[in-house]
Design a protein around this ligand. Structure first.
Ligand SMILES: C[S@@+](CC[C@H](N)C(=O)[O-])C[C@H]1O[C@@H](n2cnc3c(N)ncnc32)[C@H](O)[C@@H]1O
Length: 276
């Protein structure tokens, strides 16, 4: 009887009720293999030596750091995020899936990226536009300065960036993933301050929807503004790598090349590579 009730309860739950937002995020937003390919290759090309210690700011579930750890027996990662809930999920699911000797090479800090103090690292990654949370010039410049101090003498800061005229519009952009739809929602944008509110929603085959699975409040910084702030923060060289187009689909092809100018397209995705 009790078992039947349990079964009934389970079947009345929607797919959205049963889904885990962190798994959906990892499957729809992140490409940790592609990201680490880019960082590893670019670091070695620029510095003529392999990268060893990476610091992942705004690390969330530490998925990127775990990918780095898996790739080499001498790789180390320092992870920083100020949300204990997301770190706890990452510890159980991502770090938990690593071997013991791999786990020992991760150093996790539940802290503010602005305050944290860590050992010198070859590279700092601040991805998924997370540094956009610093909405004032002085604050963002100070963050870039602090990261510069955290780097080894030949260290490199890696940032990602998006832009294009659609970035300034309030719109919803759905994308089909394996078993669910990912919806990027640019819900509110104030051209006066550049402040924007974005959400991620997920939709399922049974019609259910996980509303506001993630919410971000940011300033939509432009590429030239970020380059200027990195210069002012003391980085010796900043290179922009832009994603190329897939000729068949018109979408990004996942290949990032150094660029000195861009087309006035609806959208672009790129990396800023700032050398100490
Ligand atoms: C957009 S998620 C990025 C997750 C991951 N880095 C990625 O690329 O997918 C932003 C993360 O930054 C964290 N965060 C926000 N403000 C922070 C701060 N001041 N210091 C440290 N972490 C912060 C949030 O807890 C969240 O996990």
């Amino acid at each position: 009887m009790a078992k039947d009730k349990k079964k009934q309860k389970k079947s009345s739950m929607s797919m959205a009720d049963m889904a885990d937002r962190h798994i959906l995020y990892q499957e729809s937003v992140q490409d940790v293999e592609g990201e680490i390919d880019f960082v590893e290759q670019t670091f070695e090309e620029i510095r003529n030596r392999p990268m060893k210690i990476l610091r992942e700011d705004f690390c969330g579930t530490m998925n990127t750091s775990c990918e780095w750890i898996r790739r080499g027996d001498d790789h180390e990662a320092v992870c920083v995020d100020n949300d204990e809930e997301v770190l706890a999920w990452g510890r159980s699911n991502n770090i938990g899936a690593l071997k013991e000797q791999q786990q020992a090479r991760l150093d996790v800090h539940c802290d503010d990226v602005f305050e944290v103090s860590t050992k010198p690292v070859d590279a700092v990654l601040a991805m998924n536009f997370s540094y956009f949370i610093f909405e004032e010039r002085t604050k963002l410049r100070e963050y870039f300065k602090r990261v510069r101090e955290a780097l080894t003498d030949d260290g490199i800061l890696f940032l990602d960036i998006f832009g294009g005229y659609e970035a300034y519009q309030e719109l919803e952009e759905p994308r089909e993933c394996d078993g669910f739809d990912y919806i990027w929602d640019q819900a509110d944008f104030d051209p006066m301050s550049g402040h924007m509110v974005c959400h991620i929603h997920f939709e399922f085959e049974d019609g259910s929807r996980m509303e506001n699975a993630f919410t971000y409040e940011w300033r939509l910084w432009s590429l030239p503004e970020i380059r200027e702030l990195l210069d002012e923060a003391g980085y010796s060289k900043v290179t922009v790598y832009l994603e190329g187009d897939d000729e068949d689909t018109g979408e990004g092809n996942g290949i990032f090349e150094p660029a000195t100018r861009a087309d006035a397209d609806a959208g672009f995705l790129g990396y800023l590579v700032a050398e100490k």
